[in-house]
Ligand binder design. Structure first.
Ligand code: PMP
Length: 331
């Protein structure tokens, strides 16, 4: 399909990619640089691919304002694999970890951690159907190996706009809002993002970890599940997802071209426009009850009547808008 045949895609993930990224990816599929090969054929140990990994890594560190105290890893398996790898590497069976439960994915992440050690659900907004963020207790002086939270709750449309303060290592799932805005990444010991929303296509995840935190890994693990092995092998421990990582690099270049601050300002203005329209419209209702908790990434709302819902779908269809229906678990 030509890029100008594309509709306006509102799906959360896989998310819409900028036209220019799709065009550049298409060019690389036809032939990558002067290699005489498609990017789909490029060997994962070739110099060209190592250059892709290194540039992507350098761009991530630059965006995050991080230095060589941090490792950047491109890993396979998406978001859920990180739900498992985090406790597998850092939570011993007699240890404890703190988890904030602010939505479906936070809940799923903490469920994975229970396979490995003890989980303290520090705060939860499950009882109100995740229509707001939970209130935080004091997060200091705990015996947790780490604290985990989800920066943006994709399905329920809430987003943490402030970073929780704690004196234990802070870890985060940023799958649905990484690089949506500037953020103080030095506060985190480890964060990860499945790529298919803001960073490219499905099949890979970005993981950034402080080297001093990686040194705390306490299990003997097969290399494929050991963060230290991935860091030591520069993300090519096994046959890498070359096209996925290249697409992430194209997204990082595009983010640089647009400017992170401009992207944030655009997201803020778009969200404001949509929330204001919803607040003023008697047929619809934003689902997040506390405006300060609303996501800049996923604006979730419900129609007040089946007629309004059907009319909205018809109007979207006519306007070439797709992916407007919510997640199956939220409606
Ligand atoms: N975390 C968040 C915040 C998500 O929105 C999702 C949904 N894709 C996941 C994790 C799960 O990612 P994956 O499907 O790659 O396992």
């Amino acid at each position: 399909m030509k890029t100008d045949d594309r509709k306006i895609n509102f799906n959360a993930g896989p998310g819409a990619l900028p036209d220019v990224v799709i065009r550049r990816a298409q060019e690389a599929v036809a032939a990558y640089g002067r290699t005489g090969m498609s990017i789909l054929e490029l060997p994962h140990r070739s110099k060209e691919f190592i250059d892709i990994v290194d540039e992507a890594k350098a761009r991530v560190l630059a965006f995050c304002g991080l230095d060589s105290d941090y490792e950047v890893m491109w890993m396979q398996g998406g978001g859920r694999q990180q739900f498992a790898l985090l406790p597998m590497n850092f939570l011993p069976s007699d240890g404890r970890a703190g988890y904030l439960d602010s939505g479906h994915w936070s809940d799923e992440a903490l469920g994975y951690a229970k396979f490995y050690g003890n989980v303290d659900i520090v705060a939860s907004s499950a009882d109100c159907g995740y229509t707001r963020l939970p209130q935080l207790p004091d997060l200091h002086g705990k015996d947790w190996r780490y604290l985990h939270y989800t920066t943006n709750n994709t399905i329920f449309g809430t987003q943490w706009h402030n970073i929780p303060g704690t004196d234990v290592p802070l870890t985060a799932d940023m799958s649905s809002d990484i690089f949506c805005c500037e953020r103080d990444y030095t506060k985190y010991d480890l964060f990860y993002a499945a790529a298919q929303k803001n960073l490219g296509i499905a099949g890979i995840a970005l993981v950034v970890a402080k080297k001093s935190f990686l040194a705390r890994c306490m299990r003997s693990l097969p290399p494929m599940f050991d963060y230290r092995a991935h860091a030591a092998e520069n993300s090519v421990l096994n046959t890498a997802n070359v096209f996925g990582i290249y697409t992430a690099l194209l997204m990082l270049r595009w983010t640089e071209e647009e400017g992170l601050q401009n992207i944030f300002e655009r997201n803020r203005r778009k969200a404001e426009l949509v929330y204001n329209a919803l607040d003023a419209n008697p047929n619809f209702q934003p689902t997040v009850t506390v405006p300060a908790h609303r996501s800049l990434m996923n604006v979730c709302f419900k129609a007040k009547s089946p007629e309004a819902e059907q009319r909205l779908y018809a109007l979207c269809d006519a306007a070439g808008i797709i992916g407007i229906k919510g997640h199956r678990s939220a409606g």
